[in-house]
Design a protein around this ligand. Structure first.
Ligand code: CLF
Ligand code: SF4
Length: 490
């Protein structure tokens, strides 16, 4: 039987192949949300997030989202956004390769649903504001919900138009709404938003930020009153709102936000944004983690965001958008539910196994005297199943006396292995991205990159290829520290 990578499950993938893929992981040739699981949340909440890759860290190992770029217009300007920029290698919000009509979006969603059985969520996240362009967003949601009734509908907004559409969203069963809230103090907002367009005219300065802030808080309260799960995204902008995000966290928690996702500013002069052109830098990994720590007591933090494009397709961390450009998909297509249904059955069993494995692994490290940060190369399924040379990111886990917990993602601009050859530049970038990491677990790694990682102070192992991540980490811990854990350097 041909071996099919998890990321590449297609309409022709059999259930047996799905099962094999989930249990063994990726290529055998030699690629937040809440981390709570089924037992940690009220059952009705778990039922609503368990297949949403952004709202559940656990789900993001198994389920995919897709965005359709049907909403090009925006009613505000953020200093970190330039929606004119379009590069297929670029992955950040606001950026898309093609804009779609609702009808084209439907064709694309049905095609992806037939080809990507992991698909569980349709999100509209721009490239402008999904609620300012409400007519197109609404029409798209209506058509997709009629064609694929079990798909979750998700929307992301800057919040300015939100209060006007809360009733519609609730009526359409849009159960997941993200609001980007970067401040609750208009004096800070003034440094982020040069203008907004509201009630038929442009507002600037403090007034613009005050209106935006009031509308965001009102929209958040209206949604949570109706029981909609709200995630708040905040862009961490060093020197502007880094000290302030703990206050944002407290205010949104008070108003019922379910999750808070603190994302690093992406800033580069080549992107043509105001911040990029004026030298505003993004935060370091350590700065991001420090702010996340400060916010630890409020709304649950999402730490697995990949800052997707507004036309992203696939598991978080992969983007198959180019594969589903309009000129590459059929003119007419009918929805076939069979693959998604079969995949769900397989995943239901797999995630039960994984939960049991995690529980056992947590017990194994319960006596952990040393915190250990482990970077894992994975391509889904909750397994160590990606080769070092193919990794586009590493998932970070921390071992502590509380168990093994997900703590974040380190993304790479490029893979190390290109057509069989290793690229030194990419290796140096990977080492830089792994700052603060103690151990790297991969499915496979060559001697040369392994030596270089080790000389940079990292421990590296491919012994636990295809194991569940937590099982692999606890096994590594046991062999490194024995029954009585000691410091890594011991
Ligand atoms: Fe899309 Fe956003 Fe819905 Fe997810 S993304 S609209 S909640 S389905 Fe997810 Fe992407 Fe991060 Fe957004 S990883 S940028 S949080
Ligand atoms: Fe860009 Fe979104 Fe800000 Fe609008 S709200 S300017 S689309 S980042």
């Amino acid at each position: 039987m041909a071996f099919v990578p998890l990321n590449a499950l297609t309409a022709t993938t059999s259930v047996d192949e799905m099962r094999q893929q989930l249990s063994q992981g990726g290529c055998t040739s030699t690629s937040c949300g809440s981390d709570a699981g089924a037992g940690d949340l009220p059952p009705e909440i778990w039922a609503r997030i368990k297949d949403h890759p952004c709202y559940s860290e656990e789900a993001h190992h198994f389920f995919a989202r897709m965005h359709v770029a049907v909403a090009p217009a925006c009613n505000i300007q953020c200093h970190y956004c330039n929606r004119k920029f379009d590069c297929a290698n670029e992955s950040r919000p606001g950026v898309v390769s093609e804009r779609l009509t609702p009808e084209e979006a439907l064709r694309k969603v049905v095609t992806v649903a037939n080809e990507v059985p992991q698909l569980s969520v349709l999100g509209i996240a721009g490239p402008g504001d999904a609620l300012f362009d409400w007519t197109r967003t609404k029409r798209t949601f209506e058509m997709v919900a009629a064609a694929i009734p079990d798909i979750k509908l998700c929307v992301s907004t800057n919040g300015l138009a939100l209060p006007d559409h809360v009733e519609d969203l609730a009526a359409m069963s849009v159960d997941h709404v993200t609001i980007t809230i970067n401040m609750v103090d208009p004096a800070i907002g003034e440094k982020i938003y040069p203008w907004i367009y509201f009630n038929g005219r442009r507002h600037t300065g403090l007034e613009a930020s005050r209106i935006l802030h009031e509308r965001q808080m009102l929209g958040l309260e209206m949604l949570t009153k109706r029981g909609v799960l709200v995630k708040v995204n905040s862009v961490l902008i060093p020197g502007i709102n880094d000290e302030h995000l703990a206050v944002v966290n407290a205010e949104v928690t008070k108003r019922g936000a379910f999750l808070h996702n603190i994302m690093p500013l992406i800033s580069d002069p080549a992107h043509g944004t105001h911040f990029g052109l004026t030298g505003q830098r993004g935060p370091s990994h350590a700065e991001l983690e420090a702010v996340q720590e400060k916010c630890g007591g409020g709304a649950k933090l999402m730490r697995h965001c990949r800052q997707c494009r507004a036309d992203a397709v696939g598991l978080l961390g992969e983007d198959r958008g180019q594969q589903f450009m309009l000129d590459r998909i059929p003119e007419t297509v009918a929805y076939d539910a069979s693959k998604r249904e079969a995949y769900r059955d397989v995943v239901a069993r797999e995630r039960e196994d994984r939960a049991a494995a995690k529980k056992a692994a947590d017990l194994e490290v319960a006596a952990a005297a040393t915190q250990l940060t482990v970077a894992v190369a994975t391509r889904g399924g909750g397994r160590v199943n990606q080769h070092f040379g193919h990794a586009r990111e590493f998932q970070l886990y921390r071992v502590s006396p509380d168990g093994i917990g997900f703590v974040g993602v380190r993304r790479l601009d490029d893979v190390y292995c290109k057509g069989g050859d290793g690229e030194e530049k990419a290796l140096d970038a990977a080492i830089a991205a792994l700052a603060g990491v103690d151990v790297v677990l991969v499915a496979k790694i060559g001697d040369c990159p392994k030596r270089k990682l080790e000389s940079a102070g990292l421990k590296v192992s491919d012994t636990y290829a295809h194991d569940y991540i937590e099982t692999a980490i606890s096994a590594y811990y046991a062999q490194a520290f024995g029954a009585a854990p000691r410091a890594l350097s011991a």
